[in-house]
Write a protein that binds this ligand. Structure first.
Ligand code: HGA
Length: 610
């Protein structure tokens, strides 16, 4: 979603801002802008559309400065127009960029109107600019004006502010949306995501909830929510530049699909070093937390939710613990049943997903202390708010449609399952060794699935002209059907629905005709014969089927039934292997339709608003 970058330096910061915004493009946005303090002027350039268009305009208008802020906007309040794009300026004096939503913007707007402020945009953000200006006008310096203003705001924000009255300062505040300060040499930065400034520095301070920061060229001062100066730890980011670049690939999604053997291997590295499932994989005190768990409650959104649904089959079967999985935005507004002995597991690629974060806070408020997060971004908000964490090591995921984050989340969830099973006394030594060996083989099996790509390309051409598609799976592969349908919707805009295959005759069969392709995930597991019967039901109604199965499943092909086989059935980890072909199908169908694969319309990468 929206991205922020700001810089104060003894060199032209405009290229830093533009480069930073380009690195934030992957998050999804609809407009972009920068504002700089240039002598006695606040200069601003904004454009709807791509950062490159805004960059051209900035070049034409000869933008150069030593202090500035930039923003990529994903509209929540007010349409996608240049006037609504950030930065927002108050009285030609100060400029603000903002991620998040100000919930009391209407009250503040009325109050500021009464003070003579005129609003140009429909955004909630403009309120922040005027409010800070209002306090500045009353004699406060920029930092104090911002600190006073944010105390009057309700909602979520990360903001960065510059003012021509104080050209030596860049101030920032964070509540509910991520923000960090980057430490350079005689220059400093702020950003919503480390990737925005990694060209300039890797030394970063993550702001905490309620923090404010006063950043000059030579110093960084941080204040906690009560306004007390505070030292925050300096981290050295290990985000690799290669992971932020496309290399030989056409799209980040394609690159990330192909990175999965490596991502899976990296995610299990610590486990492989140990050769056994230990609670310590989840944190120092994990043994204490996990020992007497009575059940598991998984909270997540989107693809992470489907990872959770898959894990439920494993957790109940292998560890014997009851497991429920709920969409975070539903859980957070429900009067929930809370057993404090249950383990709350949140799953989020970015660690910033607002609904998941709020669901976690809500669970804690209901007495849950056993909290575990599965996350791909170190030091992000959700793991920091959780007692235990398992970091997937997928590397930066740039494509909006999640791929390698999903498969590595599954690996993490399987590791959790086995660890819980062991603590429950339900995993004997032989079985533990067998599961470890299955995980060791997994990167190779994922690579075999990737080798199916040429066959999937051939299918995708038949798929591309379709308007609708049905995905079917059973048991632990049903969530893979859900994920396949989601991937196809997200990037090809083909409407797709997923059903448990046994549910077909209870409704969706009515949709089946020659125009409706039916994708079936049918590995050679205990439910294969049941799935075959379901396929007959489709066949009898003239439907065209695209079946993903394994080499040894004895599936008959025909005019109507197309089959692609993975080299062998990999047992309990089969859903991870079968996730690959459905990702490839969505990718190639989207390619054939000519959609913007990495930046699908209306979607954003880290969903940091409600
Ligand atoms: N509410 C602001 C910022 C939106 C945002 O953070 N999106 O991710 C606006 O609509 O401009």
């Amino acid at each position: 979603m929206c991205g922020i970058v700001g810089a104060i330096a003894d060199r032209d910061v405009v290229p830093v801002l533009i480069d930073g915004l380009k690195r934030l493009e992957y998050r999804g946005y609809d407009s972009a802008g920068i504002a700089v303090i240039d002598g006695d002027d606040v200069r601003r350039v904004r454009r709807t559309g791509r950062v490159a268009e805004m960059e051209n305009a900035a070049a034409q208008e000869n933008f150069h400065a030593r202090l500035g802020i930039g923003h990529t906007r994903w509209a929540t309040h007010g349409g996608v127009t240049e006037t609504n794009a950030h930065p927002h300026i108050s009285f030609g004096e100060l400029a603000v960029v903002h991620n998040g939503i100000i919930e009391n913007h209407e009250q503040q707007r009325d109050r500021l109107r009464a003070e003579g402020y005129v609003f140009e945009s429909q955004t909630d953000t403009e309120v922040i600019a005027h409010l800070i200006h209002f306090h500045q006008k009353r004699g406060l310096d920029l930092l104090a004006a911002m600190q006073t203003a944010v105390r009057e705001l309700e909602g979520a924000y990360a903001i960065a502010v510059v003012s021509k009255r104080e050209p030596g300062h860049l101030v920032a505040a964070r509540m509910g949306c991520p923000l960090l300060v980057g430490l350079g040499d005689g220059e400093n930065f702020v950003a919503s995501d480390v990737s925005a400034i990694v060209q300039a520095t890797r030394r970063v301070i993550f702001l905490d909830e309620g923090d404010t920061a006063d950043v000059t060229r030579e110093s960084v001062r941080i204040f906690d929510a009560s306004g007390t100066p505070i030292e925050r730890e300096v981290h050295v980011s290990d985000v690799s530049l290669a992971s932020l670049e496309l290399g030989p690939y056409r799209h980040f999604m394609q690159k990330e699909i192909h990175e999965q053997p490596r991502a899976v291997a990296d995610t299990i590295e610590a486990l492989m070093d140990d050769g056994k499932f230990t609670a310590e994989l989840f944190g120092k005190d994990a043994g204490e937390v996990l020992r007497d768990v009575e059940g598991v409650q998984i909270l997540a959104c989107g693809t992470s939710y489907y990872a959770g649904l898959t894990a439920r089959y494993w957790i109940e079967a292998i560890s014997g613990l009851p497991c429920t999985v709920e969409i975070a935005s539903e859980y957070r507004y429900r009067d929930v049943y809370a057993n404090p002995k249950n383990l709350i597991v949140t799953i989020s690629q970015s660690g910033e997903t607002l609904d998941t974060m709020e669901a976690l806070k809500y669970a804690k408020s209901r007495g849950h202390e056993k909290t575990l997060s599965i996350c791909n971004v170190p030091e992000s908000a959700i793991p920091r708010a959780s007692k235990l964490v398992y970091y997937t090591r997928a590397g930066a995921e740039i494509g909006v449609a999640s791929t390698k984050a999903f498969t590595t989340q599954l690996v993490a969830l399987f590791t959790l399952t086995c660890t819980l099973a062991k603590l429950q006394g339900r995993l004997d030594g032989a079985q533990e060794l067998a599961y470890i060996e299955a995980l060791r083989q997994l990167p190779g099996s994922v690579q075999h699935a990737l080798n199916l790509e040429p066959q999937i390309v051939a299918w995708s051409e038949r798929f591309a002209p379709k308007q609708h598609a049905l995905f079917l799976g059973r048991g632990v592969h049903y969530p893979i059907a859900l994920e396949g349908a989601l991937k196809l919707k997200e990037i090809s805009y083909i409407h797709a629905e997923a059903y448990p295959a046994g549910e077909l005759k209870h409704g969706p069969l009515a949709l089946v005709d020659e125009a409706m392709p039916v994708v079936v995930i049918a590995p050679n597991d205990a439910l294969l014969e049941k799935v075959k019967s379901n396929i007959q039901e489709v066949r009898a109604r003239g439907g065209e089927m695209f079946v993903f199965t394994d080499a040894d499943s004895r599936f008959g092909e025909s005019e109507q039934v197309h089959v692609i086989r993975t080299p062998r059935h990999v047992g309990v980890l089969s859903p991870i292997v079968h996730a690959i072909p459905v990702q490839l199908l969505a990718y190639h169908a989207a390619l054939a339709r000519g959609t913007d694969v990495d930046k699908p319309r209306n979607l954003a990468k880290s969903v940091t608003v409600e």
